[in-house]
Design a protein around this ligand. Structure first.
Ligand code: 5GP
Length: 253
């Protein structure tokens, strides 16, 4: 492929200028990081799996009327997405207590929450993405009240969609993180789901056994991350069920 202009390199992805104005090529790396990049490794095949899984979730969302940045998958590691202005927030939706919520409030991991809890973190790696309230968001102008209403309703729709999808294949959606982008159609602004949706940014537990099938496998040294992500992809029908050669992901299409 011709040389492209790199726009941004993050911990798990690289963004390149897309072929047409308003588009971006999103490249999924094999790099895995945790604890604000204090733990790092390269997990062969992770980028391929996340590219395909993110395509699967975003396509489903587009099809049920939840707008996302996803346009099309280009190859094993790249997808074409709509350029957007990222709202500087990480939106976390939780169905069961785990991770930082369990620690912060002293709730046992796995406790069902009385209703989905939506949290906001300010996107800043140097600060470790601190938890913020709607007061901070309004006061610092990161999003308007209308944006926050839209973000809440989009996040809950994503939660219902992903929870149902996972439940259908015997997986509990414990929590997840999404990012939101702004796109402009003339003077009109719309919010869309951006970044990626993959097991890197969710907690997924097998309903029967409680086995973790997400990035906690890497964070907590629980085994092979690609085996866990492959299991999710196979259950969702994204990858064939038969054994793959040398553990390398083999994709349908
Ligand atoms: P926690 O706040 O418990 O650490 O994370 C809650 C959920 O959001 C988990 O599913 C976790 O994977 C996801 N999450 C939180 N922060 C980040 C982040 O900076 N990057 C990614 N990929 N996921 C995150």
């Amino acid at each position: 492929m011709a040389r492209r202009k790199k726009i941004y390199e993050g911990k798990a992805k690289i963004l390149y200028e897309g072929p047409e104005p308003g588009t971006i090529v999103q490249y999924f790396k094999d790099d895995a990081t945790a604890f604000n990049a204090q733990k790092k490794d390269v997990i062969e095949g992770k980028g391929v799996l996340n590219n395909r899984l993110s395509e699967f979730f975003m396509t489903g969302l587009n099809n049920i009327g939840v707008p996302t940045h996803f346009l099309k998958r280009l190859n094993m590691r790249e997808q074409l997405v709509r350029a957007c202005e990222i709202v500087p927030l990480e939106i976390i939706v939780r169905n069961f207590a785990a991770g930082s919520l369990a620690t912060r409030l002293g709730i046992e991991e796995g406790t069902p929450l009385p209703r989905p809890i939506v949290e906001y973190c300010y996107k800043d790696d140097k600060l470790g993405d601190p938890l913020v309230t709607e007061e901070h968001i309004a006061a610092f102008g990161w999003a308007s009240q209308q944006d926050m209403d839209d973000i809440l309703s989009l996040s809950l729709r994503v939660n219902d969609f992903l929870s149902g999808l996972m439940y259908g294949v015997g997986i509990k959606l414990v929590d997840f993180k999404i990012e939101i982008g702004r796109v402009y159609d003339g003077d009109f602004q719309r919010l869309i789901i951006a970044d990626e949706i993959s097991p890197d940014s969710m907690r997924l537990w097998d309903i029967e056994t409680g086995q973790k099938l997400d990035k906690d496998v890497f964070r907590r040294d629980l085994g092979s991350l690609t085996d866990a992500y492959t299991e999710v992809a196979q259950r969702l029908g994204v990858m064939p069920k038969q054994a793959t050669h040398l553990g390398k992901p083999k994709l349908i299409n």
